[in-house]
Design a binder for this molecule. Sequence first.
Ligand SMILES: Cc1ncc(COP(=O)(O)O)c(C=O)c1O
Length: 441
Amino acid sequence: MGHELSNDDNIWDDAYALDRAHVFHSWSAQANLQPTEVVTGHGSTLQYSDGRELLDFTSQQVNANIGYQHPKVIEGIKKQAELLATIGPQYANLARGRAASLVARRAPEGFEKVFFTNAGADANENAIRAARLFTGRRKILSSYRSYHGNTGAAISATGDWRRKPNDYASGHIHFFTPYLYRSEFHAKTQDEECEFAIQHLKHVIEFEGPDTIAAVLLESVPGTAGIIIPPANYFKKVRELTEQYGILMITDEVMAGFGRTGYWFALDDYNYVPDIITFAKGCNSGYVPAGGVILSDPVAHYFDDRVFPGGLTYSGHPLAMGAIVAAQDAMASEHIVDNAHDVGENVIGPKLRALVNKHPKIGEVRGKGVFWAIELVKDRDTKEFVDDDTMKQIVAESDKRGLIVGTHYNRIHVTPPCVITSQEASDGIDILDEALMAVGC
Ligand SMILES: Cc1ncc(COP(=O)(O)O)c(C=O)c1O
């Protein structure tokens, strides 16, 4: 079988034309897409096919933490490709073992084992599976303000719009997590928001029946939902509640992990220890797809003499593992996580906060490290979202001036690579300032 595609000889060197002819894109109606062609990148900048170099304030899917074309990661992948480009998950392999060790050591004490997946969704999928088997319970509680991935249980655990057309898995219950700026609880302070959110979760647990609940699954900083920094004591109190009821806690570090918040794991800034941690994106900055589940010792040992009924052809794929080892080494030796912390504290935070006084449509700025959100509102009292056109214009005005920004609803997400320099961060925010001015924000 098979067939010739009639036009392809004419467009074989044209990335855009081939894309429009044959590539089916994520989360989109296809007809009117106009994808930009990216040729290469370096550090925090990308080069487009028209030759322009743009500073990237998105890190793509908030995954390119180490920036583009990091030479040590490229070298790590090359070396592994030359040695052994593929091997099944049942074998021992040095790159895989080292990657597991390097990832596990970033988790709290008492986490030794890593189950590798292809990405973040299947990390959550398998974390949920492990929690259900370990507890013998079915329900998973997660936040309405969340994204956990595009597979069966992960998308049902997700809170945002993407769950609704895909919600076929059962046993998923949602609740509200702290978000002081748009408080569900009419709270006036972070302390109140924390207290009311905990009371709410307690009620949800009691009404659902604690002995039906396997786990509470939470992003350590809800990312796509708005980079909503949880109150200082929130996770500690969730931990107390879950311990009281024998419920496991799964912390999703897929977006917030590996330097994004200025910590190796975002949970490091909160005083608690979960039972399971999921990760992906920043572990090797997506140079080769990878994710995984870090299991605390009790959960890992539960499967010492019981079969874990889960696996993937590419669990611990050697090229992905080579990329993890090289990325982890480079992040440590080049102090990239400290850089994210310092640039956030000394440049991004102060400069974004200064914009609040200048632009009446900025309702709130929040974040840490290289993980920030700007909420744009028509009116600071009503907090009504600015319209979609305004957001599109901000993207266009930034692009014209050499900056790539990401928007979600009424928010600009400022999420550059962790390697961004102070100068680049400052220049990028100056562009954002001009773009906001240009669109009358
Ligand atoms: C917090 C979180 N969890 C899980 C995922 C899913 O990861 P992936 O797209 O790699 O499957 C994402 C993706 O954005 C995420 O932000």
